[in-house]
Structures are given as C-alpha cells and as structure tokens.
Design a protein around this ligand. Structure first.
Ligand code: PBG
Length: 332
C-alpha cells in the first residue's frame, strides 16, 4: 500500500465510521453475495444412505432428487454447483475404471441437471479417489502414486465428464502437469469453452475427514506425497503459478480459513482465486453451533467474509444454501 496521510486524534476518530448500522453499511469494504458461493453436492445411488453422519445438515442426493435441489439453489442466487459421487463400494477398483464409465453417477447427475436447469453452471471434481478401492487420488504401482499414468487417467476422466455436459472441470488430485495435459486435450477436441479451475493448492489437511466419510473413501495411508505440506508457503505460490501458466482459468485454494495468507499473497498473480471452505471447517462450525457454543449463521458469515477480505472472489462452501437463505432474510 502507498503512503497514507493520517490525521491525529482527536481529528481522526475511527469509531465515527461505526456509530450506526447505516453508517457501517456506508463504510463496508467487502460483501458476500449468493453468486459468490458455490454449493458442493454429493450424489448417491439407491443403495447408499442420504445422511452423512460427519456433516450435519448435508445430504447425499439421488439423481432424481437433483433438479428440485438445484432449482432451489438457483432461485436463491447460487450460480454453480460442484458435484461429488458416493460410488457404490463394489464399483471401486485399483484402476478407478468407474471414473471413465459414461453411465456413472456423476455423468448421470450432470445430464440430469443440465436437462432441467441448464443455466446452472455444473462443475465436477477430477481426481480418482471416489473411484479407487484404496482411496488415493491416483494410480498406484508398488504402493507409489504414478504421476504420469495418473495424468493420463485424469484426462480420460475429464473427457468423460465434459462429454456428459459439465461446464467446468476442477482437478483436485495435485499431480504434476495435469492442467497442461487437460487443457491440451480440451483444445485438441475443440472444447474451447470448458472452464478449467485447478485446485492449484491443496494442503495435506486433516480437515478433509468429513468429506472422506461422505464419499465413502477408505484411505490407506495418507496423501503427503502429492498434497502440500501445510508448513510451506513458497512452494504453495509455485504450485499456483505453475497451474496458471499451464492454462487454468482460476485457481482454488484449500482448506480456506487456514490458507488466508496464501489467498492474500496469490492476489499478485492477477487471476481469480477461489477459496474452498472444506468439510472439516464446515463441521467445526456446525458442531460448535449445535452445542450452543456459538451462533452458526454469524460464524459462517464472518468467516466467509474473511475469505473475501483476503482476496477470494468466489467461495465453495457446504453452507452455501444456508448462507444464501440468510442473506435473503437479512435483505428483506
Ligand atoms: C478429492 C477431494 C477431496 C476434497 C475435495 N476433492 C478429498 C481429499 O483430497 O482427500 C475435500 C473436500 C472437503 O473436505 O470438503 N481429491
């Protein structure tokens, strides 16, 4: 920031700016809009339960239930959903073959939503973990994730989801070189309108725990050889820079609240930065609110606003619907 000219007290009394709700509104620097929020949606087959025990208030939806839910979100001002499948266990394999099946849950969900609410932007996650028996995001060989084999699989998974009608692809696997490979494959097929939004930066976080329950991942080991060490920030910025150079339209940073420093520093790249308030961040607030320790709505509002203050243009959050309802209520 450039040099500031500041009057001394008593000529400067900053409390003047906070004296009433109206004056505070005049001086409010950041705002939260429903169109800033992206709602993740879990999709299930009829053999799996709707309830997610680790995420109070969040359900898995059957394909036929999606149009109603997505229409409600659209009417609340939300303009994008991000889909995740709870693949039936018997379809999970070492090689994630179900990820390439054009009739898999995700492809059915994409087609259903685009046929009923075509104006909703449908984003899909690209990574193999909802489809692998070991719960890893990539292909294992001798217990090691094979980067380049995995990238080939991710390109196939992308094309499968794009052919079903996805508007945007969000690779969350953290393999090296996948944005370039996916962008090249899309260009080669003349799929020039597909958004490519990379989870450029995904820390190896304990806060993904509830999500792994939601997609039924039975993870063997951990993801430290591909997700980033939470102690590192220079490496985080290199990851982001690389994905921008490889052709990402925007980058996702997660988990959200523990990454405010990176969100803020990444502003210098001049590309849209999306924050992901992940399942564990959601669960922490929800459980605290349920126990009466704090007001959940206010805590979500404050934390989502802090992500915007740090510089996130858009936020993926499980509280999207709750927040959109709350923003509508407060604007009445
Ligand atoms: C899949 C994926 C994960 C999340 C988004 N995509 C889990 C993981 O990497 O283990 C986590 C999202 C959340 O916790 O809400 N690669």
């Amino acid at each position: 920031m450039s040099e500031k000219i500041v009057a001394p007290y008593p000529y400067l009394r900053l409390r003047r700016l906070r004296q009433s709700a109206s004056v505070r509104a005049l001086f409010q620097e950041n705002h939260l809009l429903p169109s800033d929020l992206i709602c993740p949606i879990f999709v299930r087959g009829s053999d799996d339960a709707a309830d997610i025990s680790t995420m109070p208030g969040i359900s898995r939806y059957l394909i036929d239930e999606l149009p109603k839910e997505v229409e409600e979100l659209y009417n609340l001002g939300i303009r994008a959903v991000l889909l995740f499948p709870k693949t039936p266990n018997h379809l999970k394999t070492e090689d994630a073959a179900e990820a390439f099946n054009s009739q898999n849950l995700i492809c059915q969900a994409i087609r259903k939503i685009k046929a009923s609410i075509p104006e909703m932007t449908v984003l899909t996650d690209v990574a193999l973990d909802p489809y692998t028996s070991h719960g890893h995001d990539g292909i294992l060989k001798n217990d090691k994730i094979e980067n380049d084999l995995t990238v080939e699989a991710l390109v196939k998974q992308t094309l499968n989801q794009v052919e079903a009608g996805a508007d945007g692809i969000c690779p969350s696997d953290m393999m090296d070189g996948r944005i370039q490979a996916i962008r090249q494959a899309l260009e080669y097929k003349k799929l020039t309108d597909i958004l490519l939004i990379s989870y450029a930066l995904k820390y190896a976080s304990a806060l993904y725990g509830p999500f792994r329950g939601a997609v039924g991942a039975n993870l063997k080991g951990d993801k430290m050889t591909y997700q980033l060490n939470p102690a590192n920030s220079d490496e985080a910025l290199r990851e982001i820079q690389q994905d921008i150079m490889e052709g990402a339209d925007a980058v996702i940073i997660k988990p959200g609240l523990p990454s405010l420093d990176i969100i803020s520093q990444a502003q210098s790249f001049g590309v849209p930065i999306w924050a992901y308030q992940v399942s564990g961040e959601y669960a922490m607030i929800k459980y605290a609110a349920m126990s009466g320790a704090l007001n959940g709505e206010k805590a979500f509002y404050e934390i989502l606003l802090s992500l915007k203050r740090a510089g996130a243009s858009t936020i993926i959050t499980y509280a999207a619907k709750e927040m959109a309802l709350c923003l509508r209520k407060n604007s009445d």
